[in-house]
Design a protein around this ligand. Structure first.
Ligand code: FES
Length: 320
């Protein structure tokens, strides 16, 4: 208990001494250079509790909580580092902050590193905003303790149960900004409609995203390939082509088409995709995509002599 009380008061004291203001916080960061991060991994370094949500999973009988990103534009990635320590230097060298607490639940995050402390010698940099989720003695995974979703006192108590004579393997959840695509949706000239814009994240389905943004996809000139005659929306089965879009920009940012989709559209129109089958990604950086919906209805698509099943010209007067 004495050790625990000392640890906690020491952590708070260091917090007060080293972070009297945001300016001081910035100085400490600039004094601890980190290796450059890959484009895809852009940590938010936020200490705002609103950026997190705590989930209770039905399959967790012990009521354990899981930390997850609150916003669609960020995701929580697990980062595991080893912090060396010994009897001579038993401190973790981390400045911790309880950024949220409610009853038995809480979020404890790294606010900074003690200058010259063990935290600075971790096998990979720990960053402000990293939320503690687990710890174990180095080389002894059976000593592991969960720190996820716990308030400050519980985190400190569990950390204190680990031997201070050996290194500690610490896992944190780090919020990183997800790469995204800015999508511009263009409509046939005859509709005289303003472009629509959407922001999509990896894995988003084009058809679902457009429908939820109010973009109608029901191309009246499309037909089910398995129905012979007549039109119809297959509801995302990949059989009607009513959702076909021309990808004027950003084709490589979309998933690979299946062989069926290639047969249906891409073989004849290499820049077309079935929106119901196309998803965003994988992408490593932000992308820009331009879609033309109902590509058959754009001026100049049909020749003068092309007719529909009723023998009516497909090209609109004066727009052939
Ligand atoms: S909705 Fe029918 S092919 Fe996409």
């Amino acid at each position: 208990q004495e050790h625990l009380a000392h640890w906690r008061s020491q952590a708070k004291r260091e917090l007060v001494m080293l972070f009297p203001s945001t300016a001081a916080f910035g100085l400490l960061l600039s004094g601890t250079p980190h290796p450059p991060l890959a484009v895809r991994v852009r940590p938010t370094m936020s200490l705002d509790p609103a950026d997190w949500k705590l989930l209770s999973r039905r399959d967790q009988v012990d009521g354990a909580l899981t930390l997850a990103a609150a916003e669609a534009g960020t995701e929580a990635q697990v980062v595991t580092v080893t912090i060396p320590r010994s009897d001579d230097a038993p401190s973790l060298g981390l400045l911790l902050d309880e950024i949220a607490t409610s009853g038995d639940a809480g979020i404890v995050a790294v606010e900074g590193l003690v200058e010259g402390g063990n935290g600075e010698k971790a096998t990979a940099p720990l960053l402000p905003g990293d939320a503690l989720v687990a710890a174990a003695e180095e080389g002894k995974p059976t000593t592991g303790v969960s720190l996820e979703g716990l308030p400050f006192d519980s985190v400190v108590e569990r950390l204190s149960s680990l031997s201070s004579a050996v290194g500690v393997v610490v896992s944190v959840k780090r919020l990183v900004r997800k790469p995204r695509a800015t999508v511009t949706v263009r409509f046939p000239e005859a509709e005289g409609r303003e472009d629509a814009r959407m922001t999509l994240y990896q894995g988003a389905n084009l058809r679902r995203a457009m429908l939820s943004s109010g973009v109608a996809l029901n191309d009246p000139l499309a037909r089910r390939f398995d129905a012979g005659v007549g039109t119809g929306d297959c509801g995302g089965e990949g059989t009607c082509c009513t959702c076909a879009v021309e990808v004027a920009k950003g084709l490589d940012a979309l998933s690979e088409p299946s062989s069926q989709e290639v047969q249906m559209v891409a073989k004849r129109f290499p820049r077309w995709r079935l929106a119901c089958k196309a998803t965003l990604g994988p992408i490593e950086q932000d992308e820009e995509i331009v879609l033309k919906v109902q590509p058959r209805n754009w001026d100049g698509f049909y020749r003068d002599d092309e007719v529909d099943v009723d023998g009516e010209p497909l090209a609109r007067d004066g727009k052939r």
